[in-house]
Design a protein. Structure first.
Length: 157
């Protein structure tokens, strides 16, 4: 029955953690901030097909922002010798960090309230003799959360 489906979805949101629904970092399509915005890169971005691309600097674990592919229409292709970094003021957006143990519900609320679609999933790791550091382990979008709820409904049938 409908009530049971709704209840199941609510329980799912309250009990399941983000780490269970995220896309692992090694599966994420990301680009280096020092990459040249040339035709080759734009083709690659187009063929991957994602609307949001995490941008890292140096190593993939060091994510510095988010690129919205739709913002790339602003780029003048004749002027190709430019990196993302050089255009970071117009191309890079802030991205929030979400602990891997966070339940789905607060993340979904945050996404809705802030009109945000993607977050970085992180774990806290303690380095010997220093303070806590965050390690990026994945990315999560509002789609991953909604998908999880719908999946549960289908399994229930
Ligand atoms: P899009 O709008 O780009 O199609 P969605 O937010 O609908 O992306 O998410 C669809 C799936 O793709 C989700 O599982 C999400 O985690 C994953 N995803 C989104 N962006 C990326 C990316 N840059 N690299 C890898 N996976 C991604």
């Amino acid at each position: 029955p409908q009530e049971r489906k709704i209840l199941s979805a609510v329980l799912e949101l309250k009990s399941k953690v983000i780490g269970r629904v995220m896309t692992p970092i090694d599966k994420a399509f990301m680009i280096d901030i020092n990459a040249n915005l040339n035709q080759h890169l734009l083709k690659q971005i187009y063929s991957e097909g994602y609307s949001r691309i995490p941008v890292y600097e140096g190593v993939r674990e060091n994510i510095v922002g988010l690129l919205m592919t739709r913002d790339l229409v602003l780029i003048n292709l004749e002027n190709t010798i430019v990196t993302i970094k050089q255009l970071s003021s117009i191309l890079l957006r802030d991205v929030i960090a979400i602990d891997v143990e966070t339940k789905l519900e607060p993340v979904l609320s945050y996404f809705k309230q802030n009109n945000t679609h993607m977050g970085l999933v992180t774990t806290k790791s303690k380095e010997i003799g220093s303070e806590l550091t965050l390690t990026n382990v994945g990315i999560v979008t509002i789609e991953d959360i909604i998908e999880e709820i719908l999946q549960e409904e289908i399994e229930d049938e």
